[in-house]
Ligand binder design. Structure first.
Ligand code: XCZ
Ligand code: ZN
Length: 263
């Protein structure tokens, strides 16, 4: 699916972390979520996840993270409800993590950092026909953010962890099927924060309805260590660089309101 190829690989360049000129630039991500400044919105609906594991296709190391890509040519795996007016199709999920368990997430909660963060990326299939179109539009994307904390081993994640050594280098792809991304959601998906933001890697477009889960999922220290065994570099490059700290610096809130689905 194109939801990851064109946008993350071609436009990523070493200095993209900096003040890359982005359209407008007043709704960038990630941000710190100041809990006491978030506003409870009783009109927020429960989220509806309808994922079909049969749409899972492959894992790809794009030189920035590893992506698990889904067939988004039909409405088989979708997200709706919550703050969303339309139905959004799952196109891929990926993670951000640190070189140690002390940091790694992109969003923070009252400045609390987590060792990693999962992003499930969806695009508005009611209004657009391709990810490429949706990525440029204000209500084009919806990304579910889930924090990872170190604790017990995550059995569902292990199938993914076991496949990572086969995509160690940038540009490697391997077939990966029948993975149900719902297994990576926390038990409580009713409590979340939501705000209008952007992609956190190029093209950094301001087209994302962010939905950040309050409850983290637990993964083991060893499972996170396998994330860090991935490489930013391709097999041909002389100097191999560990894929760690692939998170963006936090961005100014610029007056935005973060809503919560809970009090
Ligand atoms: C598909 C995609 C591209 C760039 N950035 C993101 S992210 N990190 O905002 O989820 N997703
Ligand atoms: Zn991400």
């Amino acid at each position: 699916s194109a939801c990851s190829s064109k946008y993350v690989l071609s436009q990523v360049h070493p200095m993209w972390q900096g003040p890359l000129a982005v359209p407008g630039g007043d709704r960038q991500s990630p941000i710190n979520i100041a809990v006491r400044k978030s506003v409870f919105d009783p009109q927020l609906k429960p989220l509806t996840f309808q994922y079909d594991p049969r749409t899972c296709q492959q894992i790809w190391n794009n030189g920035y993270s590893f992506l698990v890509e889904y067939d988004d040519t039909t409405d088989k795996s979708t997200l709706s409800g919550g703050p969303l007016e339309d139905r959004y199709r799952l196109c891929q999920f990926h993670f951000h993590w640190g070189e140690s368990n002390a940091w790694g997430s992109e969003h923070t909660v009252d400045r609390r950092v987590f060792p990693a963060e999962l992003h499930l990326v969806h695009w508005n299939a009611d209004k657009y026909s391709l990810f490429e179109e949706a990525v440029m539009e204000e209500n084009g994307l919806a990304v579910i953010g889930v924090f990872l904390k170190v604790g017990k081993r995550h059995e569902g994640l292990q199938k993914l962890v076991d496949a990572l050594p086969t995509v160690r280098h940038k540009d490697s792809v391997v077939e990966f099927t029948k993975f149900d991304p719902a297994c990576l959601l926390p038990t409580n998906t009713e409590n979340y924060w939501t705000y209008a933001g952007s992609l956190t890697t190029p093209p950094l477009t301001e087209s994302v309805s962010w939905i950040v889960m309050k409850q983290p999922i637990e993964v083991s220290h060893d499972q996170l260590a396998v994330f860090r065994s991935l490489l930013f570099t391709s097999a041909e490059e002389e100097v191999q660089k560990s894929m760690v700290n692939n998170f963006r610096v936090q961005q100014p809130l610029r007056g935005r309101t973060v809503r919560s689905s809970f009090t």
